[in-house]
Design a protein around this ligand. Structure first.
Ligand code: ADP
Length: 334
């Protein structure tokens, strides 16, 4: 819903692919997850087995797809990619699973959006490496069990809590990706600049890092926009001046909030007096799906201390009012 068209999307995707770390050692930050994953993978390789199924959770752009690719690379296997929404019927998933070769890695993005029958089929596939293939229709239909060679599922979800417990329990390892701190983002940006072959001033890297919402995907995207600005309107140098000017053109605010973040905050303060307001109402007001507001915008707003979650709904904190340059209404009873 936030992309402007297939072409722009494809351009972004190609640019992203070029900057993806290929091995665990190149993956910046997320030390805990990296360390745990490295143990899981090394042990599996040493035993000559397919590693346990891996679930990766966290907001978009933090490296889940990248890690799935790295997992396949580290164990020397091929990677197949699909997603929850792409699998319409259980039969589609059965077809994908039965075409897997021994030891292959199947990445299922947005696994929380799998349809129920597909999800149930996945249970036996993950646990017993078996799918029941249904032949025939109606009363004459019968299920033929089909044994599968061992493989590894890597599931990605924006929130592990969205997964039903029986599915969650079938993953031997869950890695929770958190927003990156500014120092790690700076490393991501400097690494990307190196790969793009541009000379990025340290102060510019620092500026971009501070405005990337803790998200490597955004950091890389802003870096490319700064490069554009330097080339078209600047003198070619990627310095602090270019960084600031480009970020202003692209309406990235001083703490990195994007258009959706600001729309949510503004609605919360000006339409609902700071809340509490329910997620669905808030989402309708900004014209987005509740899931998008909840998994894309909200985690960062909460982490930055701008929005609070209460049992009665979302509330704006004093910092939110201050950030928007607004005065909060007087507290009731004062
Ligand atoms: P997700 O699947 O979680 O939405 P991706 O794996 O597609 O995120 O990552 C988005 C982009 O950010 C990729 O192009 C990748 O190059 C970059 N990226 C993500 N995590 C890292 C990291 N730890 N180090 C370097 N680059 C990263």
């Amino acid at each position: 819903a936030r992309l402007v068209g297939a072409t722009a999307d494809e351009v972004e995707r190609a640019a992203e692919a070029a900057l993806r770390p290929k091995r665990l050692d190149d993956f910046v930050g997320q030390r805990v997850v990296r360390d745990q994953l490295s143990l899981v993978l090394q042990a599996a390789v040493a035993r000559g087995n397919a590693p346990d199924h891996v679930l990766l959770s966290g907001p978009p752009g933090l490296g889940k797809t990248t890690l799935a690719m790295i997992i396949a690379a580290e164990i020397g296997s091929a990677l197949r990619i699909t997603s929850g929404p792409a699998i319409q019927h259980a039969g589609d998933l059965a077809a994908v699973l039965s075409s897997l070769e021994e030891g292959e890695v199947l990445f299922i993005d947005e696994i929380h959006r799998l349809a129920r029958p597909a999800e149930e089929l996945l249970y036996s596939a993950m646990e017993d490496f078996r799918v029941d293939v249904v032949v025939g229709k109606g009363a004459g239909a019968s299920a033929i069990p089909l044994a599968l060679p061992p493989f590894t599922i890597v599931g990605a979800t924006t929130r592990a809590g969205l997964l039903p417990a029986p599915l969650r329990d079938r993953f031997g390892f869950t890695g929770r990706l958190d927003f990156y701190d500014a120092a790690d983002l700076e490393r991501v940006i400097l690494r990307s600049a190196g790969l793009l072959g541009v000379e990025l001033h340290h102060a510019a890297a620092h500026e971009i890092a501070g405005r990337s919402r803790g998200t490597p995907r955004i950091a890389n995207r802003l870096l490319r926009r700064v490069r554009d600005w330097a080339q078209v309107r600047g003198d070619g140098r990627l310095d602090l001046r270019a960084a600031r000017a480009a970020l202003e053109v692209y309406e990235v605010d001083p703490i990195g909030l994007d258009r959706l973040d600001r729309a949510v905050l503004t609605a919360l303060c000006t339409r609902f007096g700071g809340g509490p307001v329910g997620l669905t109402t808030l989402a309708v007001t900004v014209g987005e799906e509740p899931e998008t507001v909840e998994t894309v915008a909200e985690p960062y707003l909460v982490r930055e201390g701008l929005v609070g979650r209460t049992p009665r709904g979302r509330v704006a904190t004093p910092a939110a009012w201050a950030h928007l340059g607004l005065t909060p209404p007087p507290a009731p009873g004062v």
